[in-house]
Design a protein around this ligand. Structure first.
Ligand code: BES
Ligand code: ZN
Ligand code: ZN
Length: 509
């Protein structure tokens, strides 16, 4: 599906016999008062002599076993692999209050290890019990991600090759549950990789038509029906929000619909993703600093495309409809102006007071359209507000909803999936500031609580009977800092795993 890369396999060889270029073993601070580390093997095996030697060598060079610590040492006398990587897992009881958090710690650790091993051909990982193999497999694949499509062959020589193969060591590689877990991890990793690739693609290479084509591409070979409305069809259908945002660009807007149907489905989940392929702000133009990061303003759309793909690839017994409203927000002679009034799909009018508050306009069209099918649950996901980054920080997404139970279900799914999200309210008093003298509603409200205010704007376009939630991923979608755990610089792929988890729970599996 994407051009990467890393092959994953299971092995039940004794870890020290594994023929790899680097063998990753887990270590933790030694219990009791003696300094040094304990090797954490779970149900795996390493010969006692090698183990003793390893613990001595690590103690001699001051390894602590702290979480995320990477210590590389020669494998000679310990294992067949020429290099051993001791991966700090932290002490088992430190800050880990529940099973979800413990699994996420393992994903992060596995990702830290594979990130530190970029350029290594074959990596072996022997760090956990069989029941945790999915976390190890997923974290290691996510950490092995690279994005090299836009580097010349020249530069590729100086850039490490992605890891070619990862073997995860388990007690019994033929165990059916273990194999299923690994297969699930591979699908999830593929979906996250697709999301990251789409986000990282330069905006000039991913206009709305290309993003819609990516939805068609992702559906190939799967029972997903994709339809794409072009600018003419959008005009005929009266999609005033998508058209208004897209009218300043030479690259016309689109609305893609992906329908995955399962014969035994008992529930219908609809997902809507903001697909602004580049957000200059339009006539209300953004400052130049870091504007290039607005190539990530289609992260919600990318997550929806990838989630529908993954749910179909896993054959989950549920119906899922993915909606991708996509436009490029550009200034220009044909661009919408502050003060213009547009008509959202379904007839409500919006006075556009700030053309940079564009995500809510394209989402409004898509939400009204998606709700026509009366899905059991309707969720939109968007890099919607700078205010979300201020309120939540760069690593936590916000969940807002018109249904407290749905909000909790999404929160629980996100914890299980290992994506940081937190419930936030939709305080009704913030709605008043959206009153417009000219149209039904304006597209900006007051100064404070901008994230929740944007949520309230969207709520106007969803009937109260329709269970709906809004997830603002403006902080976590794009990592403009250093890589950490399994998260690279650039697109992160956040929200995909939460959607797959929620779909799995809704499907009763
Ligand atoms: N795409 C931006 C929000 C954003 C900002 C995402 C930073 C990721 C990082 C959105 O379209 C926007 O510009 N929102 C405005 C809304 C305002 C004009 C009411 C904002 O947040 O400043
Ligand atoms: Zn904007
Ligand atoms: Zn935007």
């Amino acid at each position: 599906m994407t051009d990467q890369q890393t092959k994953l396999s299971l092995s039940s060889a004794s870890a020290d016999d594994l023929k790899v270029d680097a063998l990753v073993l887990g270590v933790a601070p030694r219990k009791g008062r003696r300094k040094g580390v304990d090797v954490v093997l779970g149900d795996l095996t390493v010969r006692a002599a090698g183990l003793r030697k390893l613990a001595e060598a690590l103690a001699a060079i001051g390894a602590t076993g702290r979480r995320g610590e990477i210590t590389k040492l020669p494998g000679g006398g310990i294992a067949a692999a020429p290099m051993i990587v001791a991966l700090g897992l932290g002490s088992p009881d430190e800050n880990i209050d529940d099973a979800d958090a413990a699994l996420e710690m393992l994903r992060e650790a596995a990702g830290t290890a594979t990130r530190a091993l970029a350029g290594t051909k074959r990596v072996g990982i022997a760090i956990a019990h069989a029941e945790r193999v999915e976390a190890v497999a997923l974290g290691s694949l996510l950490g092995a991600y690279t994005f090299r499509k836009f580097r010349s062959a020249n530069d590729l020589e100086s850039m490490p090759d992605p890891i070619a193969a990862i073997s995860v060591v388990v007690a019994d590689a033929r165990d059916q549950t273990v194999r299923k877990s690994v297969a699930r991890a591979e699908v999830l990793a593929g979906a996250v990789r697709l999301t990251r690739d789409l986000i990282n693609t330069p905006p000039g290479d991913l206009p709305p038509a290309k993003l819609a084509a990516a939805a068609v591409e992702a559906a190939k070979g799967l029972p997903i029906e994709v339809t794409v409305l072009d600018e003419k069809a959008l005009a005929k259908g009266h999609y005033g929000g998508i058209l208004g945002v897209g009218q300043g660009s030479a690259n016309p807007p689109r609305l893609a619909r992906m329908a995955y149907r399962h014969p035994k489905a008992k529930a219908h989940l609809a997902l809507v993703g903001k697909g602004v392929t580049f957000d200059t702000g339009g006539i209300s133009i953004k400052p130049a600093a870091n504007m290039h990061e607005m190539k990530s303003d289609m992260s919600g759309a990318a997550a929806v495309i990838a989630a529908v793909y993954a749910i179909a690839a896993l054959k989950l017994p549920i119906n899922v409809t993915g909606w991708i409203p996509t436009a490029e927000n550009m200034p220009g002679g044909k661009a919408q102006r502050p003060g213009d009034v547009i008509t959202i799909y379904g007839g409500r009018t919006v006075e556009v007071l700030n053309t940079d508050a564009e995500g809510r306009l394209i989402l409004a069209d898509a939400l009204v359209r998606a709700a026509e099918e009366k899905p059991d649950v309707l969720i939109d996901v968007a890099t919607l507000t700078g205010a979300a980054v201020i309120a939540m920080g760069q690593r936590t997404s916000a969940i807002m909803s018109n249904d407290a139970d749905l909000r909790t279900r999404i929160f629980d799914a996100s914890s299980t999936a290992g994506e940081a999200m937190w419930p936030m309210p939709l305080p009704a008093h913030l709605r008043k500031a959206f009153d417009s003298p000219t149209a039904d509603i304006a597209n900006i409200g007051g100064r404070y609580g901008g994230m929740m205010a944007a949520g309230l704007f969207l709520k106007e376009f969803v009937d109260d009977e329709q269970k709906w939630a809004h997830i603002d991923i403006a902080g976590p979608a794009y990592n403009d800092g250093e890589a950490w755990g399994y998260t690279p610089k650039g697109g992160t792929g956040t929200a995909v795993r939460t959607f797959v988890q929620l779909a799995q729970e809704m499907s009763g599996r």
